[in-house]
Design a binder for this molecule. Sequence first.
Ligand SMILES: Nc1ncnc2c1ncn2[C@@H]1O[C@H](COP(=O)(O)OP(=O)(O)OP(=O)(O)O)[C@@H](O)[C@H]1O
Length: 775
Amino acid sequence: MEKISVCLRIRPLNQKEINDNEIVAWDANDSKIQLNKICLKELIGQKKVVNSLIYEFNNCYGQQADNYYLFSTSVKQVIMQSLDGINGTVIMYGQTGSGKTFTMLGKRNQEMLYQNNNNNIQQLIKDSFANNQYNDVGILIYSMMELFKQINIDEKRQFEIKCSYYEIYNEFIYDLLREENELSEPLIFGTDYRKEFVIKNIKEFNVTSIEDVISCISKGEKNRHYAETILNHQSSRSHTIFKVLISAYSNESEEEENFTFSTEACINFIDLAGSEKISSSPISDDNNRNSNRKDRNKESSAINKSLFFLTRVIALKTQKVPPQHIPYRNSTLTKLLKSSLIGNFKTLILLSINPGLSQYDQTQSTLRFGLSAKLVESKVEQNVNFDASYSNNQQKLNQLIQKNKQNEKIISDQQKIIDSLKQQLQSLNCSEILTNIKQTELQLVSKPSVSQFNETDVSLLEKTQELNTQLQQEIEKNVLLEKNCTELHKRLQKSNEQILTYFNSHKEMEQQIKELKVQNEKYEKLSQNALNRLSCYEGQPNFKKFSLEELQNLEHQIQQCLQDIKIEKQRRNSFQQLNIDAMPLFTQPTETLRSDRSSASQDFRRIEEEDSIPKSYKKTPKKEGKQIQPKKQQQSYFKATSNRLSTLSNNENKSPLLKKPNLRDAKNFVKKIQDDKNQKPKKIQQDEHRSRSNESHQQQESQQPEQHKLKSDIQSLADRLYSLSEKFQLNRDSRVSQSRKSTNMNRTDIIYETESELLGESRTTIHKSNRSAMK
Ligand SMILES: Nc1ncnc2c1ncn2[C@@H]1O[C@H](COP(=O)(O)OP(=O)(O)OP(=O)(O)O)[C@@H](O)[C@H]1O
């Protein structure tokens, strides 16, 4: 952001003011202006001021300063920046008759313009420099002179300068460079792409010299509205704007592509109408041009209004917290100055003041305006217009191509003439002339343009050739680019294929991940259950927290147990199958087998009563007074039993009991024997013994060694059965506790499984024992 520059100029007293004994109130020095002591005293006396007043601006110019000095120290900077594409605005502000137009256009130029005589402007400028009359022309002329000087020096760039000149009169815009019949049509505002106000359909003139500029100014000045005020006989009743558009094209290649870039800038020279009190601006009676008081009042109010809004806009902009909305639309002047106040413009305000003490109030208001204005900031940037330079080059190229075509046509026409001449010569058969013509033709071919065309055409041809080579290079570049493109296209296709395969594999992987997730969820649930179970055990007093090693050991043990359980299950299943097979045989035993079994049990009971069953097995205590059977009887019983057992043994294939005994049957068998023994009266038992012993007495005697063997076998069978029963109990308990530790199986299941397994073992043992006993 850059602050607006504000400078001040005090003009000398004019003849009339000297005659009226006007007092010079202000002294200017460098950048300061202050009331002189005499006037300060007087104003203090009038109670208009209390203290000494000092104002500070960028530059303050006293009565001796001329226009050229003012230009070179303040305005030149704006002009120089405009050559680099920075916009500029120079505004003249001050009360009427304070010297605004004098500063802008110069004394003599002003006079000449009013006299409509600008023919000798170059001479005038020369004279002014020769005679050190630097007020003869104003800052506008000096600026334009400087501009052309710089353009001529610059060899690297080409410039295009355009001028327009317009005024704001009674809030309407009039183009001062239009023809007389169009002058009354006011121009209207539009907005550009940056939403800045621009004037539509304004005429722009190309200027290439200071004379062109002067002719524009003089044409505009002719059309300008002037009136006479009491302070200024030739007072401006409108705000005038002289706009200069500077376009610079650089042919220097900034980059490889030989790119031509351009800058665009505009400078507005604004001469504001003077502010004055309407009451204090009587119109002189001898005003022949425009004596209508109403019109003067209207003009003055329009001027004052626009200046008031300008002051207000500046005041709002310089507030500590500027409001969001600044009323630029309130007047045509503020609309026009909007971009100069906020936009991309380097702005210089030149305050011009009347030195007279009598004009103190007006001067004071100008100074206050200057103080506010110098606080305004605007964003200044270079306007580089690449598009414009490009389109300009394009235009030039098109022109050259067009010229080239024309040249080609000329060449082909010439060729036709030569051909016809050749034919004519051949018909004449003039060999010498023919050779001459051939030579001439060769010359023409080698230098066709030089001989045929003038200087401009030659340069055009050269340029065309240059362009053709460039074109050729471009074509070569294009071919290369095309090659690259096809290669890239192939690569792209390959990449696409790869992407497709990756995509498919990605899909598969996603599916796998999904499945794994489901599995993971299952495992998580299981582990959660395990943790829950673990947490149940945690509360128990004997619960121990295991180390990793211990846990691994436990896991190993659990796996072993599971293996055992699996084997046991298999056994149980096979056993169950056997049971199922044997069930019909157990449930429907033959009559023979029943009777045999009952008699065999009776025999067994009798033998037991003798003393064959060991004490440890007899859980029921022996009854007192029990009589021992006589030995003969025993022998007979044993014999009978032996016979029956042998019968049973013979019937082994038919008897499922003998074939596949089980512990339960064996137990029942023993229990029944005991029960029978307990229930039957002794007498009957004795009778039975007696009768049986009588029957088998003789047999016993002969078979005594066999009986003893059988007896011992039965004894061992009983012992084995008892030990198995105990072992069964022990094993069952231990297995149950082990399984409970390792698995969470139902206790009854475990017991059942263990029992089944043990029963299987026992049964096999009993079966073996029985079979051996039978033998
Ligand atoms: N620096 C100066 N040296 C000598 N004469 C000056 C100077 N400035 C202004 N004058 C003279 O003062 C008179 C008024 O000046 P000018 O017309 O430039 O005032 P202005 O501010 O443009 O007034 P208005 O706003 O009414 O147009 C002119 O006759 C001019 O020659």
